[in-house]
Design a protein around this ligand. Structure first.
Ligand code: UTP
Length: 276
């Protein structure tokens, strides 16, 4: 069914300078694993095994991470250290990777449009790997939860969470009619609103399932907030013409694009996953 998943990883990650001067922010490790690998593992768990990386200049390390490093692997072959490569080997065995480049940083909508050829005429997932999403109590990842919903409703789905008033200006915010517990049909969406203009406290986070008509819509979407082609604007058009759902996912999200969220995620993963 859905097999493809785009990873827009072209952004500059300026909030982490100077760390991100020569290194992509998606390669920042949460304990011992880079952010982007968490995202890819979540996609694979959901059955999305054709991974499309939308990269930019200075992002080679991401592509190398999902490739064999012969010298290193030869060096540690047969030693106890080999075990440390088990998770990335597993990823490489299960998924295939295609790479395309976003030439200019013109926003998330534009980044996704660069994946048009890779995706073709199929529904697809989008993961923003600086949002680290860990499964809820039932142990199912966020993308897997969304794929299940897609099978039922067959329209674009955005993941949402409730955010406090002081953070609302950082997100795309939806207004919707509740269909069932935790699921809304979107009627309005605003990108990074002032608190007084926000239609709710339900904010879009970095997980999407999109139907392929979104590409034509993005092509016809003029630059919006900050002069960038906003995915939120295209999704609003899609919602008005048909249907977009917003899903309050089960699990935990950490905003690893910010230093605070990154530190919080590191502590959480160290205590709850790494130490076992
Ligand atoms: P962000 O705005 O959070 O990422 O974009 P950024 O620009 O890299 O971070 P700061 O604000 O400078 O620290 C969300 C996601 O969309 C991707 C980014 O790589 C990130 O994963 N993105 C954004 C693109 O791939 N292309 C763009 O033009 C914009």
């Amino acid at each position: 069914m859905i097999k493809k998943c785009l990873f827009p990883v072209a952004g500059y990650g300026t909030r982490f300078l100077p760390a991100t001067k020569a290194m992509p922010k998606e390669m920042l490790p949460i304990v011992n694993k880079p952010l982007v690998q968490y995202g890819v593992e979540e996609a694979i768990e959901a059955g999305l095994v054709d991974i499309g990386l939308i990269t930019g200049r200075g992002k080679r390390a991401i592509v190398d991470h999902f490739d064999v490093n012969y010298e290193l692997e030869h060096q540690i072959s047969g030693t106890s250290k080999e075990e440390s490569l088990a998770s990335i080997r597993n990823v490489m065995q299960k998924a295939s990777f295609s790479i395309t480049r976003q030439v200019e940083m013109r926003g998330l909508g534009d980044a996704i449009l660069n994946g048009k050829r890779l995706v073709g005429d199929e529904p697809f997932g989008v993961v923003l790997s600086d949002d680290l999403c860990l499964p809820g109590e039932e142990g199912e990842g966020v993308m897997a939860q969304m794929v299940k919903l897609f099978k039922q409703f067959r329209c674009s789905i955005v993941a949402i969470q409730e955010v406090p008033d002081e953070l609302i200006h950082k997100f795309g915010v939806i207004q919707g009619e509740q269909i069932k517990d935790g699921l809304y049909q979107v009627t309005d969406m605003v990108e990074k609103p002032k608190l007084e203009d926000a239609p709710s406290n339900l904010a879009i986070i970095g997980r999407y399932i999109l139907t392929p008509d979104i590409f034509d819509i993005i092509e016809n979407t003029p630059p919006g907030k900050n002069g960038e082609v906003q995915l939120t604007d295209a999704l609003l058009t899609q919602a008005k013409n048909g249907c977009v759902l917003a899903y309050k996912f089960k699990g935990r999200r950490f905003d690893c694009g910010s230093v605070e969220g990154f530190v919080e995620a590191t502590n959480f993963v160290y205590e709850n996953i790494y130490k076992g």
